[in-house]
Design a protein around this ligand. Structure first.
Ligand code: NZQ
Ligand code: ZN
Length: 392
């Protein structure tokens, strides 16, 4: 195991009606004048926004509202939010919604206390300062409720990039699994896929002897595979929703990723797809993961064989471990298709003629002058082009 520092101080309020605690949590973490940030309207339709406002009112906390965050959140609304925060002297940002709303809130929180352009953070500047953030989560997926990350799309050129830093860890997150019962099955499945990707991309490591985190990852993927079909069949299954919601947080707050190298190739490859075609992040990952894993499998066949046996119940073929590794990737692909995820490039709306451009931005974006993606294995533009071709 490698040396690491791990500090994940988010306070979680979990369970039925947990959103009633929002006002007191904002107060506890020093908020007096809040920007309430939300998406395209699901939180208005469900009545959640009204309940959150009521709990702020009860604590005498004032607020301004900014709705309209789109999935794959855009820089335009971030600039608007930054202006609003400055004009209204906001001291706390409250995200009510999914990963997109939380990520937009994080970008606004950093931009509001920075003299330069907030996009600097999305070109590699570590996020060292931001207004405090709280979240009321409505979808189990991105894990932004416990992560130090945010992903934003710049409209100019439709470039999707991530930023990271301690200041992006939410002060608190309210997790009421019942709030996810209004999700369409497709969004639920996209979320489960994203959670599984966060686990796989930590599993694909070059670090030896990381048995504890290996086992944690395997357990969490198994839980998603068991609980996922239950909520697709019955959206009101609270217990299954609860397991998926906590699993989604565990998958991405990095408790399973410490002390080991990680591999974010599937995410890098996917972010180009959701930037260019505006597909759901989870849907893009469902198509990207099997292709990336098939391409990189030979780098460490035994690692893929191990997850195939331990998670997917494949029979170990000691004479031909590659066969076992491939069976595991196939089992993952079939599981994702079974919960309603797309299976190929065209189902995502992607086009073969864009492959060279997608691979180029993937390798050279984010100020990466080497053009190499480092992770489980090193990949150049030509490799990434082959990966996109495997998705067709
Ligand atoms: O906008 P509204 O009307 O709220 O509708 C949303 C949206 O259309 C809807 N929705 C959310 N909760 C709902 C609901 N509809 C009904 N009932 C509910 N309870 O679902 C749609 C998707 O929402 P979104 O916030 O986009 O989903 P998600 O949480 O999957 O976030 C995706 C974004 O997170 C980024 C992705 O790249 C993508 O931009 N990621 C962020 C990460 C992070 N910050 O740590 C890591 C991830 O790997 C990921 O890259
Ligand atoms: Zn993700």
């Amino acid at each position: 195991m490698e040396n690491f520092n791990f500090y994940a101080p988010t306070y979680f309020a979990f369970g039925k009606d947990a959103e009633a605690q929002t006002g007191s949590l904002v107060k506890r973490f020093g908020g007096t004048r809040v920007m309430l940030h939300f998406g395209g309207g699901s939180v208005i339709r469900s009545g959640l926004l009204d309940r959150v406002k009521k709990s702020l009112d009860a604590e005498g906390i004032t607020y301004v509202e900014l709705g309209g965050v789109k999935p794959n959140p855009r820089s335009g609304l971030v600039y608007e939010g930054i202006e609003l925060c400055r004009k209204e002297n906001i001291d706390f940002i409250l995200a009510v919604g999914g990963g997109s709303t939380i990520d937009s809130s994080k970008a606004i929180a950093a931009g509001a206390v920075y003299d330069g352009d907030f996009w600097d953070y999305y070109e590699g500047k570590p996020v060292d300062k931001a207004l405090p953030i709280g979240t009321v989560l409505t979808i189990a997926a991105a894990g932004s409720e416990g992560s130090p990350d945010s992903v934003i799309t710049k409209e100019e050129g439709m470039i999707k990039r991530g930023a990271s830093g301690e200041a992006y860890r939410p002060k608190f997150s309210v997790l009421n699994p019942a709030l996810t019962q209004t999700l369409p099955a497709y969004q639920t499945a996209c979320g489960i896929t994203d959670i599984i990707a966060h686990l796989y991309e930590r599993y694909l490591t070059n670090t030896k002897d990381v048995e504890v985190t290996d086992r944690m990852i395997e357990a969490l993927i198994l839980a998603m595979v068991n609980e996922g079909p239950k909520v697709i069949a019955n959206p009101d299954d609270y217990e299954a929703r609860a397991n998926i919601m906590w699993g989604g947080m565990m998958a991405h707050n990095n408790s399973c990723g410490v002390g080991r190298t990680q591999d974010w190739t599937s995410h890098n490859v996917e972010h180009e797809l959701s930037a260019l075609y505006d597909c759901a992040h989870g849907a893009g990952l469902a198509v990207a993961m099997p292709a990336v894993f098939t391409y990189t499998m030979r780098h460490d066949v035994m690692r893929f064989a191990k997850i195939a046996v331990r998670v997917w119940g494949c029979q170990m073929d000691f004479d031909n471990p590659e066969r076992t590794a491939k069976a595991g990737i196939e089992a993952l692909r079939n599981f994702l298709i079974s919960i309603g995820m797309p299976k190929n490039f065209s189902e995502l709306g992607a086009k073969a003629e864009d492959i060279e451009q997608l691979a180029h931005t993937c390798c050279y974006g984010n100020g990466n002058t080497s053009g190499i993606l480092y992770g489980f294995t090193e990949l150049k533009q030509k490799d990434v082009e082959e990966i996109y071709k495997l998705m067709m």
